[in-house]
Design a protein around this ligand. Structure first.
Ligand code: DSN
Length: 430
């Protein structure tokens, strides 16, 4: 890859922001407002993170201008010298990082990523065994409100109410009863690690393809602190790139060689047109960083922070679904813990500049907009440099705020303390 750009002239980057300020002040002000919000508050939504400054640069780069339908070396538009180079790099790094035989880095995000797998590997009407949404699964794993839930026949397994794990015999019984074409695992609100070999054992018995959606924990697998489904014989693994991986918004489908053509055709031309090459540049940068030794430390710190936060909250009387955490997230039953639903808890924590999301709990008797819990995660505060001491302090603030949710003086005091701490830990990229 060669470039004839005059690298000493970077004034255009400063000009871009000045132009935005002048031509569309409403949007400019909103960007500054969001920067300020991120700077002042603690981000605990487990699917969010602070990406690298280099990724922000890629996102705002001229790759935004370029169409690149097809794959490197085989595109439907000219001018692909640089797009081919970055996509090849992203694919090479993804394969190395996740120890897989093939990678497609074009999915625009998590939902099209999973749709492409189902459409590429299965036929409409086929059966997929997947985790129940309220037990930790994801909308794209066949929730009845999703299009995929209408096209395919999803059969749901749940977690055991005592062990909080997925019971192998129950999974086996469902598999033998429904004869699925695919056994799918993965989650967006489940705090424990999975026994991937259990899924491959059961899938093999009924001749099903295995797929793991590791979107939440992709960075933790890449960092070597959680199990990699490919080490347990999985066929297909999907992950978004903007959660624990810390990259731009995007998705990747990783698979064994025999699925390569089906997957590629399903993404393009099956489901998508031109890939977002600015995001793919950022994905390549992200994967390059995840291959470095310091990323392993980030992954370990993320898990350690979650474990400390969970222990501290529990010690103060919070009821954690599954009793604790083995990954980056936890779900707190706020009805049992504080006598308030997840919506009130989310709004209370917003008032003290701690951002969380309301969360349904297994077989939740309450509706999704006012569910029984909240979901917390540590990828973002860990990126910011928070460690064990900050987790202990954070648990104390959350506990005080949720117990004193009607006391505006307490909330104002906590907000000031939270913001004072945050200003000592700059947000990466800001
Ligand atoms: N929206 C993401 C999450 O919060 O888990 C998953 O799609």
């Amino acid at each position: 890859m060669s470039s004839t750009t005059n690298n000493s002239d970077r004034d255009h980057i400063i000009r871009q922001w000045r132009d935005l300020e002048q031509s569309d002040p409403a949007i400019f002000e909103a960007i500054l407002g969001e920067e300020d919000r991120q700077r002042r508050g603690i981000e605990l939504i487990p699917s969010e993170n602070y990406t690298y400054p280099e990724v922000l640069a890629c996102n705002g780069s001229v790759f935004t201008n370029k169409y690149a339908e097809g794959y490197p070396g085989r595109r439907y538009y000219g001018g692909q010298e640089f797009t081919d180079a970055i996509e090849r790099l992203a694919v090479k790094r993804a394969k190395k990082l996740f120890r897989c035989e093939h990678a497609n880095v074009q999915p625009l995000s998590g939902s099209p990523m999973n749709q492409a797998v189902y459409m590429g590997v299965l036929n409409p009407g086929d059966t997929i065994l997947a985790m129940d949404l309220s037990h930790g699964g994801h909308l794209t794993h066949g929730a009845p409100v999703s299009h995929m839930g209408k096209i395919f026949n999803f059969v749901r397994y749940k977690t055991d109410p005592v062990t909080h794990r997925i019971n192998e015999e129950e999974l086996r019984a469902l598999a033998h009863e429904h004869k699925p074409q695919m056994v799918l695992c993965g989650h967006s609100s489940y705090p424990l690690d999975l026994d991937y070999s259990m899924f491959t054992r059961v899938a093999k018995e009924v001749g099903a393809v295995t797929m793991a959606d590791v979107s939440h924990i992709g960075g933790l697998i890449a960092g070597g602190v959680l199990s990699n489904p490919f080490d347990h014989g999985f066929d297909i693994v999907t992950t978004t790139t903007h959660k624990s991986l810390k990259g731009p918004r995007g998705g990747m489908i990783l698979c064994r060689k025999p699925f390569r053509l089906q997957i590629n055709k399903a993404v393009f031309p099956g489901l998508q047109g031109g890939p977002h090459m600015n995001a793919i540049a950022g994905i390549a940068v992200t994967l390059g960083k995840a291959l470095k030794p310091e990323f392993k430390q980030y992954a370990q710190d993320t898990i350690n922070n979650a474990s400390t936060l969970a222990a501290e909250l529990s010690q103060r009387g919070a009821h954690l679904v599954t009793g604790g955490t083995e990954n980056h997230l936890m779900v707190v039953n706020t009805v049992d813990s504080y006598g308030i639903d997840g919506h009130v808890a989310e709004e209370t924590l917003d008032k003290v500049s701690i951002t969380v999301n309301k969360q349904i709990i297994p077989d939740d008797p309450l509706p999704p907009m006012r569910p029984s819990g909240i979901r917390l995660g540590t990828p973002a505060p860990t990126s910011r440099g928070f460690g064990q001491a900050e987790m202990v302090q954070l648990a104390a603030w959350m506990d005080d705020a949720l117990k004193g949710h009607e006391n505006e003086t307490t909330l104002a005091r906590i907000r000031d303390e939270v913001e004072e701490l945050c200003l000592r830990y700059p947000v990466p990229g800001l």
